[in-house]
Design a protein around this ligand. Structure first.
Ligand SMILES: N[C@@H](CCC(=O)N[C@@H](CS)C(=O)NCC(=O)O)C(=O)O
Length: 327
């Protein structure tokens, strides 16, 4: 984009879509794309959960970045030779630069990269999961749930918007607030929304209808980080998740549902936030707590009824290469 001074400002969002009809030049194709994530990142974790629920592991391979970025951002230091074995690159920024010559803007995950050309296709985290649900249908596993059913999209969108503003992004607004007033406002909105969501979930198992939808995936990825990171590091400390019986049971229910908890790596989560955000944690000390064993305890949410996968079935266990150290 050109501004009045005439220099070219790099786009920080790449919003091409991978679609069934290939309208942006990127048709859905098994094996063609690589999803680059950090297991620490809530936005990237959405795509990991959705990919698991839909059974897209074979069709869309995944690269997991080191949870701790350096000054060159996300890097593949968990892989042999510090290089992603499929893309052959050491830093995610290389895929951004393959897409846009000289790119020096933000490098974020999730990112989907075209394997043959090595070029970034999209880092549009709000869109990626919805397209996995609606555009990649042909490659879904048998029994995959419909996470974004047409008949309830309006309600799903509305719930997701409130949760995005006040919860998903709300914790960041509190954590990175530069002054008391901004922090107080974010804190108030966060807990007001969580109270509202908690009331709603007291009487029904999932956010919309009686099955898991994209809205649940998006709420889950924030809740699962709450006590480990947001409560302390981001000062979201009116109460812990474990102190809200409804939300805690809801989060455990999802955690124990195949496709959710098996994507979660608390070690990556904690190290990313506490080590990378030096401005709010200058010692970079990673706290030992909290005790995470409660995630595996019974939640009793089945008593509310609900059909987690609708007419579908739960996904099988993750491929062995993707198994995360269990709690
Ligand atoms: N803020 C990103 C959404 C995804 C995001 O924030 N990802 C974080 C990790 S949780 C990221 O990659 N940030 C860039 C960095 O930390 O270098 C965007 O607006 O595109």
């Amino acid at each position: 984009m050109r501004d009045s001074a005439g220099f070219t400002r790099s786009a920080s969002h790449f919003t091409d879509r991978i679609t069934a009809d290939g309208r942006d030049g990127w048709p859905v194709e098994a094996g063609r794309y690589r999803l680059v994530v950090s297991r620490a990142c809530p936005w990237a974790s959405r795509s990991l959960v959705v990919r698991r629920l839909l059974g897209l592991e074979d069709a869309l391979s995944v690269a997991v970045a080191d949870p701790v970025q350096d000054e060159r951002s996300w890097r593949f230091t968990l892989d042999p030779d510090d290089r992603d074995p499929v893309l052959g690159i050491r830093f995610l920024s290389e895929a951004y630069r393959a897409r846009e010559d000289g790119y020096d803007g933000p490098v974020s995950v999730p990112a989907v990269v075209d394997v043959p050309s090595g070029r970034l296709v999209t880092n549009d985290y709000q869109r990626i999961t919805l397209d996995l649900s609606t555009q990649w249908r042909e490659l879904h596993r048998e029994g995959a749930p419909d996470l974004y059913p047409r008949s309830s999209r309006e309600e799903i969108d509305e719930r997701m918007e409130g949760i995005y503003q006040d919860v998903n992004n709300g914790v960041y607004k509190a954590g990175f607030a530069k002054g008391q007033e901004a922090y107080d406002a974010a804190y108030a909105r966060l807990f007001a929304r969580l109270d509202q969501v908690s009331d709603h979930l007291a009487g029904q198992r999932y956010l919309v209808g009686d099955t898991i939808t994209e809205a649940d995936v998006r709420l889950f990825t924030t809740l699962v980080r709450f006590d480990a990171v947001y409560h302390g590091h981001f000062k979201c400390n009116r109460n812990k998740l474990t102190e809200d019986p409804v939300l805690w049971a809801y989060a455990r229910d999802l955690f124990q549902t195949p496709g959710f908890g098996d994507t979660v790596d608390f070690d990556h989560i904690k190290r990313h936030y506490y080590v990378v955000h030096e401005d709010i944690n200058p010692t970079r000390i990673v706290p030992r707590g909290p005790d995470l064993r409660g995630w595996r305890t019974p939640h009793h949410r089945e008593e509310l009824g609900g059909r987690p996968f609708g007419d579908g079935t739960p996904p099988p266990p993750p491929p062995s290469a993707e198994v995360v150290q269990p709690l």
